[in-house]
Design a binder for this molecule. Structure first.
Ligand SMILES: Cc1ncc(COP(=O)(O)O)c(C=O)c1O
Length: 425
């Protein structure tokens, strides 16, 4: 210190660059899920919030050995750059995985991505100009909404019911968009074991949806992280299996192997594939060779189909625990979907109860969920909550739902005592 007087600092704006961001950055805000993660991770809280897979069910010691061998034997490839399209050997293996959903694709049609989340970003990057319409289900995956809105898409929701996307609603949305003098750039859909709605697009609707999109010359983006995690019977036939030119299919190893390897892929018609490769190159040069070769080795040397069965059984048990607890404990006025696979139940709260307003009370009661508002571009969906059963053990799920049921009951009581109708009784 020199003893000189320091100038009195000016009051700081919280973000001194606030006036300098591009327009597209203005709408970038933390998702409801991210804001929740820190608090929901506390051990006393039963978190039915985040959608993390149960990676503890993997044979971690075996995978550790496999990775050690990979580096020792193929280190010069695994620790080096590769092409932006992705490792050719991995792309061949990905074709085997997709064959389970009756997709016949050539490895050349595949672009490896950093999870399917990056594929969503790359698709938005190559298709969406500010103000372009993108059709998505109502509700829709929060990460897709974030990716599309970061490119300033005008997100238009299309209604679903227990059988998934409603074809008439899709036709109507296409018609309304055309009537406004615009054309939607693509339809984004999660046909199997939907995040967050838990529903699956009925087999009988699939051709109709493809037909509508074909007639409207509307590209379909089929996002399918959960398709192999069905609890009954064989996987559904992918939309891509019936329309190689009209569908971009997105897959990922996050839920069938390990989310932390961050390996997903897109299968696209040739012209779109080329744009995706260029966009990936400018975003990341190439994806992690190490991660790709880890997945390639895993698929080549481990019984991955058996591992998927292990995951399926585990998630089925958790789904059952969720349903049993909901059926036994939820107060009147609640409703919920019955997923036949995947991770999520979509819970409807009694009239007048708002899941976002209720969340602090739920957290105080040591249970967390994601408010439905996170899954709508316009912030509606307040009467809904997403419950994710993939991570907690069944007895914790039961306890979490017991706590949640008590919070909802309290909320209903409060509304009866002090809500808009209270004075009229
Ligand atoms: C519907 C859907 N799409 C995409 C993703 C992104 O997954 P990842 O980037 O891990 O492949 C998720 C993750 O939960 C998801 O539920």
């Amino acid at each position: 210190m020199t003893g000189e007087q320091q100038p009195i600092s000016q009051p700081q704006r919280i973000d001194r660059y606030v006036g300098q961001y591009a327009d597209r950055a203005v709408g970038m805000v933390a998702s409801e899920i991210r804001a929740l993660f820190a608090v929901a991770a506390r051990p006393e809280i039963v978190s039915l919030a985040g959608g993390s897979p149960y990676v503890a069910a993997l044979p971690l010691d075996v995978i550790g050995g496999m990775i050690g061998k990979l580096v020792a034997e193929h280190g010069q490839q695994a620790l080096q750059y590769c092409t932006a399209q992705g490792d050719a050997g991995l792309r061949e293996r990905i074709c085997d995985v997709m064959a389970l959903e009756e997709i016949q694709a050539h490895p050349d049609e595949i672009v490896v991505t950093v999870g399917s989340q990056q594929a969503l970003d790359l698709l938005a990057r190559i298709f969406v100009d500010p103000g372009d319409v993108v059709l998505v289900e109502a509700p829709s995956y929060v990460g897709a909404l974030g990716a599309f809105s970061s490119y300033q898409a005008d997100i238009v929701h299309v209604a679903m019911d227990d059988d998934g996307l409603i074809p008439d609603a899709l036709e109507e949305a296409i018609r309304r968009t055309a009537a406004s003098g615009r054309r939607a750039k693509f339809l984004y859909t999660v046909p199997n074991y939907h995040n967050p709605a838990g529903v699956t697009l009925a087999a009988g609707r699939r051709h109709r949806i493809l037909d509508i999109c074909r007639r409207a010359d509307l590209l379909v983006v089929e996002d399918n992280p959960y398709g192999l995690l069905g609890f009954d019977g064989e996987p559904m036939r992918a939309l891509r299996a019936d329309d190689a030119e009209g569908v971009v299919y997105l897959g990922t190893f996050s839920k069938t192997f390990a989310a932390g390897v961050r390996v997903g892929w897109a299968v696209a018609p040739a012209a779109i594939r080329d744009k995706l490769i260029l966009a990936a190159e400018s975003a990341v040069l190439c994806h992690s060779s190490f991660a790709q070769l880890t997945v390639r080795e895993y698929l080549a040397t481990q019984s991955w189909r058996e591992q998927i069965k292990v995951f399926r059984e585990l998630y089925r048990e958790r789904r059952d625990a969720t349903h049993e607890a909901l059926s036994g404990m939820m107060p009147p006025g609640c409703g919920w979907t019955r997923p036949a696979g995947g991770f999520y139940v979509w819970l409807r709260l009694p009239d007048g109860i708002n899941s976002k307003a209720m969340l602090p009370r739920a957290i105080s009661s040591r249970v967390a969920y994601v408010p439905g508002t996170g899954f709508y571009a316009d912030g509606s969906g307040g009467q809904y909550a997403r419950l994710c059963y993939s991570l907690p053990a069944p007895d914790r799920i039961t306890e979490g739902i017991r706590r949640l049921a008590a919070v909802i009951e309290n909320e209903v009581q409060l509304r009866e005592d002090f809500g808009p109708a209270a004075g009229t009784r």
